[in-house]
Design a protein around this ligand. Structure first.
Ligand SMILES: Cc1ncc(COP(=O)(O)OP(=O)(O)O)c(N)n1
Ligand SMILES: Cc1ncsc1CCOP(=O)(O)O
Ligand SMILES: [Mg+2]
Length: 213
């Protein structure tokens, strides 16, 4: 099962990225996506190795953004690929059979294309404007989500992404979206992970970690 909450990492240095990943893990994140821009592949690999070590310690799943070869090398749980990244079909041939592939969609057509490529989850957005990513396509909002999920009727999980805060979760879930990917709202306050998990009715393992540690 794909966790309902994905924390997309951020940080202005490798150290800050890793600190944020550790904070996400200790705050109960079930899945972290390592998203690190403007570094060489060699440096990305180093950070990915460290992120794998941290996430493994907490039994938190790790998704690598953009680089499927690095996802294989560090034995991450999977890779996230956008529309201008490698094709999921090519990544699938390279990855271990147990590794998952997520894809970005901004339209119904994108979702259908990804489903044909047998991805494991779709991330549909942006829900609203956000400063975390440049050059965003038009926002979908609740109406856009409803319009797309009404037509799609798929068993593949569809996550919402883009400017999502705890206040949006209940309404988003009513549109047929089954999970969310969040960066800014969590990085500003890692205790929000617990609130997100409660709102999503997610993360029984994270709750157990809270109870028994
Ligand atoms: C969960 C999730 N959803 C969307 C994205 C965006 O991917 P992409 O369009 O490839 O853009 P970059 O993140 O690579 O800038 C994502 N990373 N994760
Ligand atoms: C990576 C990405 N892709 C579409 S929106 C987005 C950013 C999500 O971050 P935030 O939750 O801070 O808006
Ligand atoms: Mg990408």
């Amino acid at each position: 099962m794909i966790p309902k909450l994905h924390y997309i990492s951020q940080g202005s240095s490798s150290e800050e990225q890793l600190e944020n990943i550790q904070k996400a893990c200790t705050s109960g994140a079930e899945l972290v996506q390592l998203r690190l821009k403007n570094v060489s592949e060699k440096n990305f690999l180093k950070v990915a190795e460290a992120a794998r070590e941290i996430t493994s310690h907490f039994q938190t799943r790790l998704i690598i953004n953009d680089y499927y070869k690095i996802a294989k090398e560090v034995k991450a749980d999977g890779v996230h690929l956008g529309k201008t990244d490698s094709c999921p079909t090519i990544a699938r041939k390279h990855l271990y059979s147990w590794q998952i592939i997520g894809g970005t969609a901004n339209t119904l057509q994108d979702c259908e294309t990804l489903l044909d490529k047998q991805i494991n989850y779709i991330s549909l957005g942006p829900f609203r404007e956000t400063t975390t990513k440049d050059k965003l396509p038009p926002v979908l909002g609740l109406n856009g989500y409803t319009a797309i999920t009404d037509v799609l009727k798929t068993g593949t999980p569809i996550l919402g992404v883009g400017g999502i805060t705890t206040e949006d979760v209940t309404a988003i879930l009513k549109t047929g979206i089954s999970g969310i990917a969040v960066s800014g709202d969590i990085t500003r306050d890692f205790s929000k992970i617990r609130t997100f998990n409660q709102l999503l009715n997610a993360s029984s393992t994270a709750e157990q970690r809270y109870t028994f540690e």
